[in-house]
Design a protein around this ligand. Structure first.
Ligand SMILES: NC(=O)C1=CN([C@@H]2O[C@H](COP(=O)(O)OP(=O)(O)OC[C@H]3O[C@@H](n4cnc5c(N)ncnc54)[C@H](O)[C@@H]3O)[C@@H](O)[C@H]2O)C=CC1
Ligand SMILES: O=C(O)C1=NCCCC1
Length: 318
């Protein structure tokens, strides 16, 4: 069959999982984060603001995330839904699909389930931010026990050798289940019965929940801690308290999106200082004693470069 009539490749989450590895993904995500922040005449990354469409009466949203990366010669679009009430049905809350296009013809090359892609690329971005912003690596605290909590433990422990890993979840069973899962893999994770206990003296904290009011407070944490704030409850800034926001140096993945999705921070007189790509480039620096927050919103280009990597890996192996 000629390539103009060939059907697109279809990869399930299981297929995707077999093709992803932290060693290859993290550098690809690091380059994407850095490139987003480069100011050059011809943009190396194109990613218009994503649409976030609330689904009437359903407590769910549908996001459309198109993007292009020149360095990777990759064009893709992710469609992703977030339905937090799925937890009550025993289902995942995020479902995504990525379409990867041929950059010369616009033809769809591959359709990929994107639940694993979303889990891995988000955690890889936090791992990169942590690499640049963490000061210690004795204690990792995870707030939340869902898909992102799991992938963040995997990515962060791939990067750093923590002495202690703690998990807290608003529903204790979730935390116990996650800890048991890692226990089976030979990784020791302690379950904490309060968020306060989980984050005491922690060096790196991840918040990955649907909390609509703060689950992490300034008064519980030490100076110099690095936080990856991943969750999007009622908005993207509902997990941390006002005092923490006001004390921290906050960086995000992409400023144009932050101006929209984090605009509520202006109400508490908090500004996002810049993009993690600027820290990677070395054009911005943070004093060591500062509390740092990587405010992860999630960017199309992360999906684009991950899908391209998966496609290349698939072609190499088949
Ligand atoms: N920044 C990014 O790029 C991405 C962010 N997300 C966000 O990360 C968060 C976690 O996503 P997943 O792990 O895929 O979801 P999940 O459904 O697998 O896990 C959600 C977690 O939040 C907890 N939770 C639910 N309601 C809560 C509440 N009211 N208070 C405190 N905890 C609550 C659940 O018990 C569970 O531990 C979500 O807010 C999601 O929108 C997801 C994907 C990408
Ligand atoms: O970037 C993503 O993908 C998502 N971000 C916010 C929540 C839904 C998925």
């Amino acid at each position: 069959m000629s390539s103009s009539t060939a059907s697109p490749l279809y990869l399930t989450d299981e297929d995707v999982k077999k093709l992803l590895q932290w060693d290859t993904l993290i550098p690809v995500i690091e380059r994407a984060l850095k490139t987003v922040s480069q100011t050059v005449e011809t943009p190396l990354v194109v990613q218009p603001p994503r649409t976030i469409m609330p689904v009437p009466d359903k407590n769910g949203v549908l996001l459309t995330m198109p993007g292009f990366s020149k360095n990777d010669d990759a064009l893709a679009c992710k469609l992703v839904t977030s339905f937090p009430d799925n937890a009550q049905k025993g289902m995942a809350s995020i479902f995504g699909t990525v379409l990867l296009f041929d950059t010369n013809t616009g033809k769809v090359q591959a359709i990929m389930e994107a639940n694993e892609i979303t889990a891995w690329r988000t955690a890889a971005a936090s791992a990169v931010a942590t690499k640049y912003l963490h000061k210690g690596s004795d204690i990792l605290a995870i707030l939340g026990s869902g898909v992102q909590a799991r992938s963040h433990i995997n990515a962060l422990t791939h990067l750093l050798k923590f002495k202690e890993i703690r998990v807290w979840n608003h529903n204790q069973q979730g935390a116990e289940k996650l800890a048991a899962e890692f226990h089976e893999l030979g990784k020791c994770i302690s379950v904490c019965y309060s968020a306060d206990d989980a984050v005491k003296n922690a060096d790196v904290i991840v918040t990955a929940t649907y909390a609509s009011s703060p689950i992490l407070k300034r008064k519980w944490i030490k100076n110099g801690v690095h936080i990856n704030a991943v969750g999007a409850g009622i908005n993207h800034h509902s997990e941390l308290d006002k005092e923490l926001y006001q004390a921290a140096s906050i960086y995000t993945d992409t400023m144009p999106a932050a101006q929209i999705e984090l605009k509520g921070l202006a109400d508490i007189e908090v500004s996002v200082l810049g993009e993690i790509g600027e820290i990677i480039q070395g054009t911005k620096h943070v004093p060591r004693e500062n509390i740092t927050v990587f405010h992860s919103l999630g960017m199309a280009v992360e999906d684009v470069v991950t899908a391209k990597l998966i496609y290349e890996q698939y072609k190499m192996k088949n």
